[in-house]
Write a protein that binds this ligand. Structure first.
Ligand SMILES: *Cc1c(COP(=O)(O)O)cnc(C)c1O
Length: 218
């Protein structure tokens, strides 16, 4: 048994606590690095939305799993290099790591060529950490406008708060930037803080270890 029942119940309780309608928060089961049998267990329990943070790793496991479990959706939640953008557009229903103009331009060109584009979330570096991807909060409005001018389907914003700060402040900042840009999607909250993210309006929580158990990077 995975932690699916427990995490689903906690999401429902957090929705109710925040006065939000049941089912308004989508659970992205982050399956990166997890052994296949744990991923299969969650699929067999009926879950159909997963997150991966590497294109190569997703390419190695999801085409076969999709065949066996129809209706499965996979989102890219990790950084995307432009030279892997074409492959990513074929593999994922959504990309949560749109973080720079060059990537926006590449995705726009490919979308024109292919006639479709995954849903996109702009990653915002709410803690302004030098080592972390994402546009700075002060640049987010201009970058969202630039993506829209390229006809990209921007669904919302995504953030990964600094490990040593209260995440609720970062979730609130992301929600504020989304609201003033007319964006309804908020990809925020992980195993340790998804309830706090739901309280601040998260529409997509990305939960790995609380569902599957600890990742073993061996
Ligand atoms: C790994 C990862 C997660 C899930 O982390 P857990 O703490 O295991 O829930 C969420 N978001 C991103 C971007 C990740 O890389």
């Amino acid at each position: 048994m995975s932690g699916l029942g427990d995490v689903t119940a906690r999401i429902a309780a957090a929705e109710a606590q925040a006065g939000r309608a049941p089912g308004t928060v989508r659970l992205i089961a982050v399956s990166k690095v997890q052994p296949l049998d744990r991923v299969e267990a969650v699929l067999e329990e009926g879950h159909r939305l997963f997150g991966e943070n590497k294109v190569q790793e997703a390419a190695g496991k999801w085409p076969a799993l999709r065949e066996r479990f129809p209706g499965t959706e996979v989102h890219l939640i990790g950084p995307l290099q432009t030279n892997k953008a074409r492959q990513a557009m074929a593999l994922f229903e959504a990309i949560h790591s749109l973080d720079r103009p060059k990537l926006a331009q590449t995705l726009a060109r490919l979308a024109q060529e292919l006639g479709h584009c995954p849903g996109l979330f702009v990653q915002v570096n709410t803690g302004e950490e030098p080592q972390k991807a994402g546009v700075a909060p002060a640049e987010a409005d201009a970058f969202v406008a630039e993506c829209r001018a390229l006809d990209l389907p921007v669904m919302g914003l995504m953030c990964i708060p600094p490990v040593d700060e209260e995440p609720a402040l970062h979730f609130a900042l992301l929600a504020k930037i989304a609201a003033r840009n007319g964006l309804s999607g908020l990809s925020m909250g992980m195993s340790d803080d998804f309830e706090r993210a739901i309280a601040q309006g998260a529409t997509h929580v990305r939960v790995g270890s609380a569902l599957f158990g600890a990742r073993d990077y061996g």
